[in-house]
Design a protein around this ligand. Structure first.
Ligand code: PLP
Length: 484
């Protein structure tokens, strides 16, 4: 097993603001106590789940692996209708930076609801929107924010990706895009075209043309068969050549779009040197760089934005998930030189969700005041160390990796022969068993990555050190049970 990189640092036990609100603190304490007293849960049968199976689309996904009907939640805990309490390390796929029902968010929502503000304004401005735009720009590096423009989208991450593509195509007059193997940018037709995973798109046919996929720096399964620094250097040389060679067969693209840490693709952090190299070659070849920070944004990786680890800046950044404080919201923020599209070039009815803006502003204020980016770095290192320690006992752990509180454990077939870079084949059945054993022990985790073999940890950034230790302890028990 290899452990890749979050540096360790002393951990302070973070005290979330939720504990200062008696109502929320009371519920958090109650759910925490009940979680400690839990027994091994039996899962899967409840009339709500049965009705969901009968009524909801076959495309439903999470309930198949997480068969839960939820009733209450506070902080990192959720409770189901049968009174069972779970530690939630999925947190709305990383959306709930402050956890469930944070008092700052619920207070902001209540205040907005009682203020008489129109809840829906298309893209007409309001004091809440004005504040929100200022708050978003305030979280971005000043050098970028000074020349930035914001496009409100409608209101999913995928729609913001669609908008970003249109923006750069119109601004550059070019049509093709470079994307990366393993990428996830959403499920609408354009975003899907940028997706590495063939599963959801192969059967559709008719994907947009003009997307060229490049290898992502996934060291454990290095596409160049090299790994580490040699893999990074090969990848940068390959891309530079592709953009320089007049006979590469690839026209100069409208953009390169990249996740600084691939989330759905398996919690793969792009090395800092690779991100710096990518930024450099995008500039040299005059290709706009779109950073998709939908999952990594707002403290998750230990910095406010994952690109800050590399000291680089985007031309265009795509934001969603945490920016709406748990409510639907997505934005494209870009340098003003790309602002060449015509009025109405991108629209969407639900761009004016005032509650999401109020919740988003409240979330950003807590993130900044409580330095949750620093907490994510410290607590992520603490969790990563404990997960990595299991690799000494469990040969089925291929790699533990990630940044901040965006961590993954890749599960492999321990009995198989490793390949030339030391990677063993993925073990999807084991990963599914581990996820289920976690759930039976009161821990919600999701799977991702190639063949769904990476256990993904995306807890709220307000998780405490004691809760991190409990997550690691349950995961160890689940590994033991699933490997027995
Ligand atoms: N981009 C990234 C990096 C994501 O992780 C996601 C969703 O997980 C999206 C885009 C799409 O966001 P949405 O599901 O809101 O459309």
């Amino acid at each position: 097993m290899r452990l890749s990189a979050a540096s360790s640092s002393p951990v302070s036990d973070h005290v979330p603001a939720a504990s200062r609100s008696p109502l929320h603190a009371g519920l958090a304490a109650e759910l925490g106590d009940r979680h400690r007293q839990r027994t091994l849960y039996e899962l899967g049968d409840h009339p709500l789940l049965e009705r969901q199976r009968q009524r909801e689309s076959n495309a439903r996904s999470y309930p198949r692996r997480l068969p839960l009907a939820l009733s209450r939640a506070q902080g990192v805990y959720v409770e189901d209708v049968e009174g069972r309490v779970f530690l939630d390390c999925l947190a709305g796929a990383g959306t709930l930076a402050l956890g469930h029902n944070h008092p700052a968010v619920t207070d902001a929502l209540m205040r907005t609801l009682h203020s008489g503000l129109p809840l829906h304004t298309l893209d007409i401005t309001t004091p809440v929107k004005d504040r929100f735009m200022q708050d978003v720009l305030g979280t971005l590096p000043a050098t970028f924010a000074r020349h930035a423009r914001i496009q409100f989208c409608g209101p999913t991450g995928a729609d913001a990706v669609e908008a970003a593509l249109k923006l750069v195509r119109l601004a550059t007059g070019r049509s093709t895009v470079l994307a990366f193997q393993g990428a996830y940018h959403g499920m609408t037709q354009g975003a899907l075209t940028l997706m590495g995973n063939l599963g959801p798109k192969a059967a559709l046919g008719g994907n947009l043309s003009g997307v060229q996929f490049l290898p992502y720096p996934y060291s454990y399964r290095c596409p160049f068969g090299l790994g580490g620094d040699a893999g990074v250097a090969a990848s940068l040389a390959y891309m530079d050549n592709l953009l320089s060679d007049p006979e590469s067969g690839v026209p100069r693209p409208a953009a390169i779009i990249v996740e600084p840490v691939q989330g759905e693709g398996g919690m793969i952090p792009a090395p800092v040197a690779w991100l710096q190299g990518l930024r450099g070659l995008a500039t040299r070849h005059e290709v706009p760089l779109i950073l998709d920070e939908v999952q990594t944004g707002f403290g998750r990786t230990g910095r406010m934005f994952a690109f800050e680890h590399a000291g680089i800046e985007p031309d265009v950044v795509v934001l969603s998930k945490a920016v709406g404080g748990g409510l639907p919201m997505s934005l494209v923020v870009y340098h003003e030189r790309f602002d060449t599209w015509r009025p109405g070039a991108h629209a969407g009815t639900f761009r004016g969700n005032q509650l999401a803006m109020a919740a988003g502003s409240a979330t950003l204020a807590v993130l900044r005041a409580e330095r949750l980016d620093v907490a994510a770095a410290e607590l992520g290192a603490r969790l990563q160390q404990q997960l990595a320690a299991y690799a000494e006992r469990f040969a089925c752990i291929g790699e533990v990796r990630g940044r901040g509180l965006m961590l993954g454990v890749e599960l492999v077939d321990a009995a198989a022969v490793p390949d030339a870079v030391g990677a063993r084949p993925a073990h999807p059945a084991l990963a599914a068993r581990v996820q289920r054993e976690c759930l039976r022990r009161g821990l919600i985790v999701e799977l991702g990555g190639r063949h769904g073999c990476v256990v993904r940890f995306l807890p709220p950034l307000t998780i405490t050190a004691a809760q991190v230790d409990e997550v690691a302890r349950i995961f160890g028990q689940a590994l033991a049970a699933a490997s027995a």
